[in-house]
Design a protein. Structure first.
Length: 244
């Protein structure tokens, strides 16, 4: 794998029965960058994330993550992951959920308290750590899921629509922390269908109808396609020959 390449995806395809979800998707993610997967709902972004995680197998192509071919159990502990659906124990408190994942990731007992405090602070939930999660709002559950994905200091952070349901102020705070993680060497892959969030990413892969229609920096993509906005790029390059 090329130097400074954290994730390499080459000619990746995925089908369910006779339904094509992804077709010949290829791009690289550099180490220490925030890479966005931008596309409308149903474009195939979540399927792509699940393949990168090794949660599903592709029908063709390959994924190399941290110099290991995926799926591979050797890289799982190096990844932090927040899915669209929150994987939380709602009858436990936020702190108890965090403690459970500390044990799951085999974090030493002497480090757990500080790690929990640090991660809850990132998402502004310290004052709610004793509250039962069933009493959390949807936005609070999203924030707790993000805190959990950070608990083991992952090298790669994969976030599937992490800011859905968050107010603008908190979304800004989350992005500020993502930049801090990036500065500390964490590679971040984030999916979104919100065009405004694209500007926060170092580079993007535009996903439409299961295809990667463009890869690069936001302004470069817009300029290369002689457009004024990313919306115009999607309209210009979009291929509606099949739906996923």
């Amino acid at each position: 794998m090329e130097e400074n390449c954290c994730i390499k995806i080459k000619n990746l395809s995925k089908s369910y029965k006779n339904q094509r979800i992804l077709k010949d998707v290829s791009f690289d993610v550099k180490c220490g960058e925030i890479f966005g997967l931008l596309g409308p709902s149903g474009a195939g972004k979540t399927t792509l994330i699940r393949l990168i995680m090794g949660m599903e197998k592709s029908n063709g192509g390959e994924i190399i993550l941290l110099n290991e071919k995926v799926p591979n159990k050797n890289v799982i502990e190096s990844i932090g992951y927040t899915a669209q659906a929150d994987a939380l124990y709602t009858d436990l408190s936020a702190e108890e959920n965090m403690k459970f994942y500390c044990r799951l990731y085999k974090i030493p007992k002497k480090e757990r308290k500080d790690r929990i405090e640090e991660c809850l602070s990132i998402v502004n939930l310290n004052n709610h750590k004793k509250k039962i999660v069933s009493n959390f709002s949807g936005g609070m559950k999203r924030r707790l899921s993000l805190a959990i994905s950070l608990i083991h200091n992952p090298k790669v952070l994969i976030l599937d629509e992490p800011t859905v349901g968050l107010d603008p102020l908190l979304r800004k705070q989350i992005w500020r922390e993502l930049y801090r993680l990036k500065d500390n060497g964490v590679t971040i892959v984030i999916t979104t269908h919100v065009m405004d969030e694209a500007a926060y990413c170092d580079r993007l892969a535009l996903i439409r109808n299961g295809k990667c229609i463009s890869v690069g920096k936001t302004q470069e993509i817009i300029k290369e396609n002689e457009c004024n906005t990313l919306e115009e790029v999607f309209l210009k390059l979009g291929d509606d020959s099949y739906e996923d």
